[in-house]
Design a binder for this molecule. Structure first.
Ligand SMILES: [Zn+2]
Length: 262
């Protein structure tokens, strides 16, 4: 079995990680699609860092759900497997998908890198934030404004090599995908026809997600879409599952195993 899986925000939403779209994604009344941009970072790096620190903290306390675990079982039971996830959290990794079987195409929120040179630090799981970096949320409004002021002084990391601002190693709107990660996806797709393609928890907004799915399934692969709503990929799917990923994926992986496919 040669298996290609793509996942998106819907998979992590079931672990309590807010998606960018919809009212749950809003933070301090700000639209995440406008915060996750190079322009927002240039204008107010502290604001963008505050938001990412909160997201990191939320991810640390979140747990992989049944969808992450099902993908990990599939990865472990398949010789040729690649997961491409649009999620920058570490929940797939914590569920047990090995790094060499996964591409985080939009980056890794726990890596901090220089905005100018190649210096970076951090890694999967993330080290604890530096002192003062955890977002303080006093209930009293006056205290909250004081806490915000002190955070603003403390928490704009700079590069020890070149003094430029450090940033999260994620792909922002309007930025190029990492060439290295792109090559890993291309290499897998060039490596042979897939038997099974699963697309889960993504609205397939990005053209490259659609392209890769269609390339992987062009030679007659079974294409399963797991998403509560229709997407641009729905009409190509050989099976549509209109359920949350945490419900559908464990069942699908069980079916594969029971049918002897794994
Ligand atoms: Zn630097």
């Amino acid at each position: 079995m040669r298996v290609f899986v793509l996942t998106g925000a819907g998979v992590s939403a079931e672990s309590g990680i807010p998606t960018f779209r919809g009212k749950d994604g809003y933070w301090r009344n700000l639209d995440p699609t406008k915060l996750a941009t190079p322009e927002a970072f240039a204008r107010d790096p502290q604001l963008v860092w505050d938001w990412y620190r909160e997201r990191r903290q939320r991810i640390r306390t979140a747990q992989p759900n049944a969808a992450h675990e099902a993908v990990a079982r599939l990865a472990q039971q398949t010789d040729e497997f690649l997961l491409v996830t649009q999620n920058v959290d570490d929940l797939h990794a914590r569920a047990g998908v090995a790094a060499e079987k996964m591409v985080q195409i939009h980056g890794d929120i726990f890596i901090t890198r220089c905005s100018r040179c190649d210096f970076s630090y951090g890694g999967r799981g993330g080290s604890p934030e530096p002192p003062g970096a955890c977002v303080v949320q006093p209930t009293n409004r006056r205290l909250r404004s004081i806490a915000t002021t002190s955070e603003r002084d403390l928490n704009v990391p700079t590069c020890p090599k070149c003094q430029a601002l450090m940033r999260p190693d994620v792909v922002w709107f309007g930025e190029q995908l990492s060439r290295n990660e792109l090559e890993r996806v291309e290499d897998f797709l060039d490596g042979g026809a897939c038997d099974l393609v699963i697309v889960a928890g993504t609205t397939a907004t990005f053209g490259y997600i659609i392209d890769w799915t269609l390339r992987a399934s062009q030679d007659g692969a079974h294409l399963i879409e797991v998403n509560p709503e229709e997407t641009p990929l729905s009409r190509f799917a050989t099976r549509l599952v209109r359920e949350p990923a945490a419900i559908a994926l464990p069942r699908i992986v069980d079916e594969l195993r029971n049918s002897g496919a794994l």
